[in-house]
Design a protein around this ligand. Structure first.
Ligand SMILES: [Zn+2]
Length: 110
């Protein structure tokens, strides 16, 4: 979508582990940290998601996953994306504004 022309006017982290984005059209997105992490757009995570076999979808939870996932840092990349550093050590995802907006729309339906 090349005509994407929304931009955040305010970004904050809520007490209940959500990234809260206020947009220039007065819309507001609340995206749980876990949803952000699960939708990490980096090549490594996309590859991992593609290679998942049904047998690997067992509810195995590692110690790192059992801890509440936090956002440790968020840096603008140009004027179109953010990089997000998660508490599990992962920080290579580049979250374009379009993606953040999409994730916010998804989670607002619940
Ligand atoms: Zn990733």
């Amino acid at each position: 979508m090349s005509d994407f022309n929304f931009y955040p006017t305010d970004i904050s982290l809520s007490d209940d582990h959500c990234l809260v984005i206020e947009w220039n059209d007065n819309a507001s997105s609340r995206i749980p940290f876990k949803a952000l992490r699960d939708n990490c757009p980096c090549a490594h995570c996309r590859e991992a998601a593609r290679n998942l076999q049904p047998a690997e979808l067992l509810p195995v939870i590692s110690a790192a996953e059992a801890r509440p996932l936090m956002i440790q840092g968020m840096k603008p990349l140009g004027n179109y994306a953010y990089t997000i550093a998660f508490s599990d050590g992962h920080d290579t995802g580049i979250y374009k504004l379009e993606l953040l907006r999409q994730l916010g729309d998804l989670s607002s339906e619940t």
